[in-house]
Design a binder for this molecule. Structure first.
Ligand SMILES: Nc1nc2c([nH]c(=O)n2[C@@H]2O[C@H](COP(=O)(O)OP(=O)(O)OP(=O)(O)O)[C@@H](O)[C@H]2O)c(=O)[nH]1
Length: 150
């Protein structure tokens, strides 16, 4: 079988300045892993850079215009539906009011997260965030329950 092609994804780790809280939202109905918590973002369209894709996705999905974007980490995750390459960007400045335009839930979260389940592809980044905050990496998330994957 030929190797699977990566789907490139831009993901925003929005960090609230006042308390360092992280923005998570649920995946909308109809997408793989609907109802799972994730960081906002989405797939790059043809010809887009990571930064351009992230700016577009965050307006489309959560209604905010982001300031400077720093690509922080790149990870890969092999799902049954896609082999994804995730470009994780830290974002500390944005403008506009949060508006969940795809009917998602949103939550500002400290570590360990209190929402569950979280997309498996987001777990390494939660561990790095925990490490940065001097927390043991195993406290990044609570034990995950399954919410079904379709
Ligand atoms: N946004 C986001 N995607 C993630 C995270 N972790 C992770 O594995 N992914 C994966 O990255 C891919 C993102 O694709 P998506 O379906 O959300 O993208 P999109 O909004 O462009 O979707 P669409 O245009 O197909 O509707 C999915 O396979 C998802 O499982 C995360 O924390 N945030």
């Amino acid at each position: 079988m030929p190797p699977r092609k990566h789907t490139e994804v831009a993901v925003g780790v929005l960090i609230r300045e006042v308390d360092g809280a992280l923005l998570l939202s649920t995946r909308p109905p109809g997408k793989p892993y609907a109802g799972y918590w994730e960081f906002p973002g989405g797939k790059l369209e043809a010809g887009e850079t990571v930064e351009q894709a992230l700016r577009r996705e965050l307006v489309e999905e959560i209604g905010v215009t982001i300031g400077p974007v720093e690509v922080w980490k790149v990870t890969e995750h092999d799902y049954p539906h896609a082999l994804v390459r995730l470009h994780w960007c830290k974002v500390t400045r944005w403008s506009g009011d949060f508006d969940m335009r795809e009917g998602q839930q949103m939550a500002w979260q400290q570590l360990p997260l209190t929402v569950s389940p979280v997309l498996p592809g987001a777990l390494p980044v939660l561990q790095w965030l925990a490490q940065e905050r001097g927390l043991p990496t195993e406290v990044a998330v609570l034990p995950q329950e399954s919410a079904g994957t379709d």
